[in-house]
Design a protein around this ligand. Sequence first.
Ligand code: GDP
Ligand code: MG
Length: 441
Amino acid sequence: MLDKLGTSLKDAVKKLAGKTVIDRAAVDELVRDLQRALLQSDVNVKLVMQLSQSIKQRSLEEEPAKGMGVREHVLRIVYQELVRLMGSTTEVTLGPQKILMAGLQGSGKTTTTAKLARYFQRKGLRVGVICADTFRPGAYDQVKTLCDRINVPCFGNPKETDAEKITREGLAAYKQLEVVIIDTQGRHALEDHLIEEIINLNTLSKADHRWLVIDAALGQQASEQARRFHEAIGIDGVIVTKMDGTAKGGGALSAVSETKSGIVFIGSGETIEDLERFDPDGFISRLLGMGDLRALVERAEEAVSGEDLDVNAMLKGKFTLRDMYKQLEALNRMGPLKQIMGMLPLGNMQIPDDAYDITSSKMDRYKVIMDSMTPAELDDPSVISSSRIHRIARGAGVSPDDVRELIKYYKTMQRALKGMRGMGGGKFNMQRMMKKFGRTQ
Ligand SMILES: Nc1nc2c(ncn2[C@@H]2O[C@H](COP(=O)(O)OP(=O)(O)O)[C@@H](O)[C@H]2O)c(=O)[nH]1
Ligand SMILES: [Mg+2]
């Protein structure tokens, strides 16, 4: 889904991560790349400009969280602004409710009705569907076939031309069911007649929810439809369909979000299972290819809020075995090391893959080994000679190779940190960058 947008956004972020210095020019370039990606996805120009402005301004004005490098600071802002652009989500209650489906013909209403029936059925609710589409030939057969597949009752009458009558009878027939979804007709355009009918069906059914189905291929045009239907019946949830088949999905989502109608689901395929709850955070994380970045950012914030992981101090010079251990402990608490490292200012450094492979049992072993070291050795591991290695190994009940492995690991990390100095990760560079920003402002 949204492969193209995802790839372009990922490339933009990767480019930033690979920069030696994150200065104003780097942020400008990132913003330009983001703009190109979003415009190609048919996001409205005005929205793209607002996002660009926010990213630039916040990168410059906001203090990075303690212990965080400029790179991550900017990345976090980009992520937050993209989430904001893609909008809000709307709660779905898992209880008795009547849902009225609205939207133009071909938007995917009937397909989505069946997908929703399946969704609520999976949640253990008793679901029924009413076919109030008396316009499209074969409408009843279409929805009935879909419902039969999932054993959901479907009320309708292909011979009846009065949609209100069918709806009334259907609601009476399905009184005992918990979730009733009313599929309605849709015309090819926003005709007065269509709007009138949906208003009547809404009044008559006393629907708890009015969900609008919109085709993602509309791109930014989606906002006009969302607005019109909202004016008519007060849309309280939008489902953007066919996200799998268009490059304009980003435009559709942002356009809907701008109308303040929350997005409830997205449709991403033709089968009955291709329905996903929409969550801007998860969505953007996936687009950026960073797993659940939000959770990682939060965890990173928790971890660095203590004194545990003071990247700035380490950058300034001393990096002892004790520092390394503290750092590993903090990182371990955050979760998968490799993902975390990717987010920290260390992100673009060449860290060998096995350096990530710090299991907790290895951590325990390191701790035991370090307990057998003298304070002088812990502060300056370069004094650890071969005979000392044997002494430490004996004291810790491990092999000399285990001690050597720890020292080797320490050296790798030390080298990595040295490489980082002057690369824009430290406080010193941070301040310099701010000055630079200030001057050119
Ligand atoms: N690829 C894809 N096709 C979809 C999706 N939702 C609906 N469709 C297709 O869009 C066409 C119109 O859907 P339909 O439910 O009949 O739209 P309606 O006129 O609004 O009821 C059908 O061919 C569906 O299979 C989706 O999320 N992805
Ligand atoms: Mg239909």
